[in-house]
Write a protein that binds this ligand. Sequence first.
Ligand SMILES: Cc1cc2nc3c(=O)[nH]c(=O)nc-3n(C[C@H](O)[C@H](O)[C@H](O)COP(=O)(O)O)c2cc1C
Length: 449
Amino acid sequence: MPRSSMHLNLFVLGRGHHEAAWRHPLATRRPMTDLAYYRDLARTAERGLLDSLFLADILTLGIGEGMESNAVGGLEPITLLSALAGATTHLGLIGTASTTYMEPFNLARQFASLDHISGGRAGWNIVTSWAPGAERQFGREAQPSHADRYERAEEFVALACALWDSWADDAILDDPASGRFADARRIRAPNHAGPHYRVAGPLNLPRPPQGRPVLVQAGSSDTGRRFAARHAEAVFTAHLEKATALEFHRDLKALAHAEGRDPDGVIILPGLSAIIGSTEAEAKRIERELGELSDPEIGRARLSGRFGGHDFSHLPLDRPLSVEDFPAPETVQAARSRTQVITGLVARERPTLRGLLARLAGARGHYCMAGTPEGVADMMENWFRAGAADGFNLMPPILPAMLERFIDGVVPILQRRGLFRTEYAGPMLRDQYGLARPPRQEPGRIAAE
Ligand SMILES: Cc1cc2nc3c(=O)[nH]c(=O)nc-3n(C[C@H](O)[C@H](O)[C@H](O)COP(=O)(O)O)c2cc1C
């Protein structure tokens, strides 16, 4: 059944998602470590009744281009989200944490704590960490392969869920008269011993208010889709055109159904980066200014990172590209689905490298546009009604300006058209996303074993 109202997540990154945002006069000048900056963004998002705010995490300094040429150095997501919990009341708080480089016990504890602190607003973006270089922060020789990372992620997620389910909801008696604080029979340890992890448990804090944080996923390769179909309740995905978003939406819902899940319980949110002006001409002017502030050599370094460090230095900027200029996506061990997005664009449009890098500078392979609030709302309605999206992952190209223009300009139009809520559905992130609280599985048997 088509849903009547869309879901909107705000993806906060640096001073905005455009590669050159930090140099634009509309961008904040606040340090990337300033809590007040993020607090203001979160409050703006909540004023617009957005479902959630999301913080990514890469474990190295930026994506390929290094620290000289972007506003890098943001705060650790779970720590920052905990602070934002105190500054907001309804906004969902989603953070990335890596199954390749974190320990399940620590992660389960941190997200359970965030869910308690925020009154049930936590979401975990499950990533396997594609970016080359993360391994060096953890004393490892090399990044595990794509297949190994996803295999480990399966066991990790099953174990994290078992840890969150350690305590029954009625485990705490807190009865001073009888002298019993908890009913030990209602707290069960997973006692997990699998190929990658050995964790006794139980988790040392009660079940989160949402039962488990909302599970989010953002890898769209074939392996990534199957993983999302099994576990994800919300999915971030990158598409440069409606046709591929439609195919992805159809495919993932079918995969979720084949896994025995309700397809409506998987909310698909393609990225949208909108330059918004009060007139079309103003929006196009800002787009031009951002283009002029961009450096193709920074784009080239980023492109190399996406393809796992592949050397593109020999490619001239101004001859049309062909897919033979790129490694085949199925051989890429880094951000596989994004490399499919990029080679798909090259096959369709044969841009020059300069043209391709300009397209990717906007939001790294997510859909970009420049227009009026009306034009942005039209695009969103079109994708939503066509079944290409259950909502959007909003990626403002310049922060805070383009977020404010979206909240004040686009949200009221969506509301007038009956496409977006006019009040929050309840106190928890599961309420906004319309997701049921997962029943507790008695620990003892883990699916990935
Ligand atoms: C909106 C969005 C946000 C993402 N955030 C992160 C992140 O914070 N950290 C990370 O390592 N990867 C992140 N990714 C990358 C994915 O998790 C995934 O690793 C990547 O798309 C490659 O997966 P695939 O090979 O299955 O396509 C993000 C992807 C998308 C679309």
